[in-house]
Design a protein around this ligand. Structure first.
Ligand SMILES: Cc1ncc(COP(=O)(O)O)c(C=O)c1O
Length: 403
């Protein structure tokens, strides 16, 4: 399929009459995708540097993914978790092999993986002491929108009007060792951490903070939960970002690319928590859907067989050096470039949204997060030429903004 124009494309006016007003969509009616490009009803194609908010690791129309989805669809699309299914077993075993952890639970989304991790942490802690309930996350964190996950999401704009939130939750200042030491106690059940904060604006945790967290886990016997929903599955050049940082989490949460574009999340836990959920303690109708699991297996197979993690490191380094040059050329507009693999944030002076709008008009899809950060989460298979094109458009935007 190539570019074709569609008469009467979908409009934002219509959107506002049929949907709740939750999304600030671009005025873009997408018809299909191929590689790193999305094609629209206006007959134009767009270089997609946000990839379904970090979901489409293999870009669009990947043949291995399509084959896996079609093959499983022909066998069985859904059975629930009343029975045993090959793709679920295989994907779970693969995740255990990659992480060296002990048990898997599949959910449908990132926020549900967080809920499962919170419930597992509370259940595990309840067998130690009835006072061991407190769950901490970090300032500037994002863990999702359901009540538990939003209670661990730091920005107050996500809380307003929804209070009261989940009790016995709180925040530790990200990368602040003194605050960490002051807050965790024997009553702490778990500490949730994004090793590199995504929605917060691409901020990595520092080594000393992680060491102290591990040390305090020994002292106070709590769980460390690594939220790998955005940073996991190759995004940072390692299978999971905690692997770059010497952290040994007790629970890992995963989602976004895990189902190859279909909804799928997971928690993966170590021996400490392996007996934490008894039969009936938690569950879901759809979680671990066989088509999504088959797609997830195909995704991991592609990551491994095509050495995509090496590619991520190579293109990530290329982006970083090009963007650092842009920063030198435009110091009055670019504050900082933060990057790990293909998780990239360009902090700008003022609002990032106008840059995203201008890039869209030039045929490149970017994303603004945390107000002043242009975020790039391109498909992991993005080529050097496509990276170059993105940098060229950014260079034009910064040049134009100066004038
Ligand atoms: C780190 C992190 N955790 C959790 C979530 C929530 O995932 P979902 O949108 O699939 O519920 C997100 C989504 O952006 C995320 O980036």
């Amino acid at each position: 399929m190539s570019e074709t124009t569609i008469k009467n494309p979908l409009t934002l006016e219509k959107e506002s009459t049929i949907f709740f007003g939750t999304y600030a969509r671009l005025p873009l009616h997408i018809t299909h995708g191929k590689g790193c490009y999305l094609y629209a009803a206006n007959g134009k194609k767009y270089l997609d540097m946000i990839a379904g908010i970090g979901v489409n690791a293999l870009g669009y129309a990947n043949p291995a993914l399509e084959e896996a989805i079609i093959a499983q669809t022909k066998k069985v699309i859904h059975t629930s978790n009343l029975f045993m299914l090959d793709p679920q077993f295989k994907l779970a075993e693969k995740l255990l092999e990659i992480t060296g952890l002990s048990r898997v639970f599949f959910s449908n989304s990132g926020t549900e993986a967080i809920e499962a991790a919170m419930k597992l942490a509370r259940k595990w802690a309840s067998s130690i002491s009835e006072n061991k309930r407190k769950i901490f996350a970090m300032t500037n964190s994002f863990h999702g929108r359901t009540y538990g996950a939003v209670s661990l999401t730091a920005k107050t704009k996500y809380h307003e009007g929804f209070e009261p939130l989940l009790p016995e939750t709180g925040f530790i200042e990200f990368n602040n060792i003194a605050d960490l030491e002051a807050k965790v106690t024997d009553d702490t059940a778990a500490v949730f951490l994004e090793c590199i904060q995504g929605e917060g604006g691409i901020y990595p945790a520092n080594e000393d903070f992680i060491s102290k967290l591990k040390e305090l886990r020994e002292k106070h016997d709590f769980l460390i939960v690594a939220d790998e929903i955005q940073a996991g599955l190759g995004r940072t050049g390692a299978f999971f970002s905690y692997m770059n940082m010497g952290l040994e989490p007790d629970i890992v949460t995963s989602a976004k690319p895990l189902g190859g574009g279909l909804p799928l999340g997971a928690i993966i836990g170590n021996e400490r928590v392996s007996q934490g959920f008894a039969k009936g303690a938690h569950g879901t109708t759809f979680g671990g859907n066989p088509v999504a699991c088959a797609a997830g297996l195909a995704l991991i197979n592609e990551l491994e067989s095509k050495n995509i993690l090496d590619h991520v490191n190579e293109i990530g380094a290329y982006f970083k050096s090009e963007l650092e040059q842009l920063k030198e050329a435009h110091p009055e507009q670019i504050v900082e470039v933060r990057q790990m693999g293909l998780m990239i944030g360009i902090e700008v002076k003022g609002e990032a949204a106008p840059y995203v709008q201008d890039a869209f008009e030039k045929g490149v899809l970017l994303n603004a997060t945390n107000g002043n950060v242009i975020r790039l989460l391109p498909p992991l298979v993005v080529s050097k030429d496509e990276a170059r094109l993105c940098v060229d458009v950014l260079a034009q935007l910064f040049k134009n903004a100066k004038q």
